[in-house]
Design a protein around this ligand. Structure first.
Ligand SMILES: N[C@@H](CCC(=O)N[C@@H](CS)C(=O)NCC(=O)O)C(=O)O
Length: 218
């Protein structure tokens, strides 16, 4: 198999890449990493010292590619079936990358802070930092909402791109930290994303692991 994906089915950033792989129908060997197992973590650290997934190994070209956005960028450049994930026009490609960055930095990352707070041990909680993270998510929603749905169903209009791969995990999970109900255009966009076959497949594969999601009950 040409590609190996180091991942976990519950990991939001892995969803970004799984959606891209399923969109383009690219075969890969899924390598589920259990970071709680010291041997598995050490083996993964030998591949990528930060031990953060997703990481894609391109076995044919002997390359190891970390970071979800970079992996999708790489696939769009090297795999013809993934080319549409990043527009060929440089200006549109920049707009796509910008939306990906805004979604990751101002919705997805602060959502991770809210989850991290839930996992902190007694006496180590940070309610102020967590409220700041929730405020950041609201600002992220305000920023991204007007960018969606103007010229088509997806973040860049008619074409499903990197920005949509980023949006699904960010909105799906952040909705558990700050409800999307005040942003109806984002809520409708999330519904469209969930109906996309690549996304539905990712969600179905993650289903058995949802019991381990710390914010599953709000
Ligand atoms: N910027 C990275 C973020 C990756 C990331 O934070 N991955 C999380 C899972 S969603 C992870 O590996 N967490 C394990 C840890 O931090 O120990 C990307 O886009 O791939």
């Amino acid at each position: 198999m040409s590609f190996t994906l180091y991942y976990h089915p519950l990991s939001s950033f892995c969803w970004k890449v799984l959606i891209a792989l399923y969109e383009a129908d690219i075969a890969f060997e899924p390598r589920l990493v259990n970071l709680g197992d010291s041997a598995d973590r050490a083996a993964f650290q030998a591949v990528w010292p930060l031990a953060k997934f997703p990481v894609l190994r391109d076995n044919a070209r002997g390359k190891t590619i970390p970071e979800s956005s970079i992996i999708i960028d790489y696939l769009a450049r090297t795999e013809p079936r993934a080319a549409s994930l990043l527009p060929g026009d440089p200006e549109l490609a920049m707009q796509t990358r910008l939306k990906d960055r805004l979604i990751d930095n101002y919705i997805h990352a602060p959502f991770q802070q809210v989850v991290a707070e839930r996992l902190r041990p007694e006496g180590q909680h940070d309610p102020f930092g967590t409220e700041q993270a929730r405020r950041q998510i609201r600002s992220g929603y305000d920023l991204v909402a007007p960018m969606i749905g103007g010229s088509g169903p997806w973040a860049m209009g008619e074409s499903f791109t990197l920005a949509d791969c980023a949006a699904l995990p960010a909105l799906f999970y952040a909705d558990h930290a700050v409800r999307l109900s005040e942003w109806p255009e984002l809520a409708a966009y999330l519904l469209r994303l969930k109906a996309r076959p690549s996304v539905a497949r990712v969600l179905a594969e993650a289903e058995p692991y949802f019991q381990y999601f710390p914010l599953r009950n709000g």
